[in-house]
Design a protein around this ligand. Structure first.
Ligand SMILES: [Zn+2]
Length: 161
């Protein structure tokens, strides 16, 4: 019998106040070529961290805040490496769909949805049509909605092989 599971992951990062900080803004492995950058010991790719957490909620193995922190201390700051660890834990599960919701005032997400879907599909080994991305401004209701950072929510659906 095919068994379906859903994983939920959240992550938030604050923007560097000093826009002269020389750090790329990476979301879903895509460089946004922006003056904005996110605080964090790693590359601070909030989307890949939320995806890794969503996978962790299926596998039960903590990557972000666990193995990823160990890699970070070894100088590995590329979040794609953390995602690989999470994916390796999926073992007998196959990802059938991923839904990603971003909240931020900046940058504009809509023009970058297609490259992000391509990047995430490649990283996860799934097809473009199985990656959904939506974005909202947050209406200034929270610190994220007032433009201080980016919040990402991810739901991943997997089926047993
Ligand atoms: Zn993070």
């Amino acid at each position: 019998m095919v068994k379906i599971k859903t994983g939920l992951g959240l992550d938030s990062h604050r923007f560097h106040e000093d826009q002269s900080v020389d750090k790329p803004l990476l979301l879903g492995g895509v460089n946004f070529d922006s003056a904005l950058s996110l605080e964090g010991n790693s590359d601070a790719d909030v989307v890949l961290h939320a995806i890794a957490d969503a996978i962790s909620s299926i596998t039960g193995n903590t990557i972000i805040g666990g193995k990823a922190d160990e890699l970070c201390q070894q100088g590995i700051t590329d979040s794609r490496e953390y995602l690989k660890l999470a994916l390796a834990d999926l073992e007998e599960h196959t990802i059938s769909h991923i839904a990603i919701a971003l909240e931020c005032q900046q940058p504009k997400i809509d023009p970058m949805v297609e490259p992000m879907r391509n990047s995430i599909a490649e990283l996860l080994g799934i097809t473009f049509s199985d990656v959904g991305i939506t974005a909202t401004s947050g209406e200034a209701l929270t610190d994220v909605g007032r433009g201080l950072g980016i919040h990402c929510t991810v739901i991943v659906t997997v089926v047993s092989k």
